[in-house]
Write a protein that binds this ligand. Structure first.
Ligand code: DX5
Ligand code: ZN
Length: 221
């Protein structure tokens, strides 16, 4: 069954607790928290304080997506704030292997994100150390952008790469950016395990119904 990770980037920040409860009660699996620093991406969002206060209000798995330079300086801070999964961008990590080990030593699940132009080859030698790979299907920085169509091919190739390993540890494929009711089935068919959705959930008239819609997607197998 597909996992759904609503991104609070498109939520009403004046009523954040209420927004989170809405998606939690609707059956969301993760809460996707987009951390942007105005350097790695051209936008600023929020920091560990927001994660910490939400942590007291929700039992969801906190999926922290770090779109920041020098993420190694902030791993313990976000772990202490309540992150369950920490995602770093391969483009921000010259010492990717080291940071993955650091995240795991702190007992967080570890994921690596790839921008649309970054080849899958960039994670080949660390793949077996990961719990999840995040395929960006928009250029990171903003919610509400259009899904980049040829990313379907990239998701399929990653699915193949994961399935053809001779190792049995589970590695989830998370897809982030531009996911709508119109393209979600195709993304799941291509191999996605986790769908991140911001504007299509929090911008909907009925966010709960949208979470349930995404949860109901099946591959037909
Ligand atoms: C974009 C973020 C996404 C964003 C997705 O940089 O990583 O998580 O919230 O928003 P939508 O679903 O609106 O594309
Ligand atoms: Zn994200």
């Amino acid at each position: 069954m597909v996992l759904v990770a609503p991104s609070i980037l498109s939520a009403d920040f004046g009523r954040l607790e209420e927004e989170v409860h809405k998606v939690e009660e609707a059956g969301a699996d993760y809460l996707h928290l987009d951390i942007m620093d105005g350097h790695f991406v051209p936008n600023i969002t929020f920091g560990p304080q927001v994660v910490k206060f939400l942590r007291k209000k929700s039992k969801l798995i906190f999926d922290v997506h770090l779109m920041i330079k020098k993420p190694e300086n902030f791993i313990p801070v976000f772990r202490d704030a309540g992150a369950d999964i920490i995602t770093v961008h391969v483009e921000a990590c010259p010492h990717l292997h080291r940071i993955i080990q650091n995240i795991k030593q702190l007992n967080c699940r570890c994921a690596v994100a790839l921008n649309p132009a970054t080849p899958l080859e960039a994670i080949k030698w660390v793949l077996n150390d990961l719990d999840m790979v995040l395929i960006m299907t928009v250029n990171p920085g903003f919610g509400g952008q259009d899904f980049i169509p040829n990313m379907i091919d990239k998701i399929q190739q990653l699915r193949k790469m994961i399935d053809e390993r001779n190792v049995s540890n589970e590695i989830l494929i998370e897809v982030d950016g531009g996911i709508t009711p119109a393209n979600a089935s195709k993304i799941v068919e291509a191999g996605a395990d986790v769908l991140v959705a911001g504007s299509s959930i929090f911008g909907a008239d009925d966010p709960s119904a949208m979470v349930k819609f995404f949860k109901g997607i099946t591959t037909g197998v």
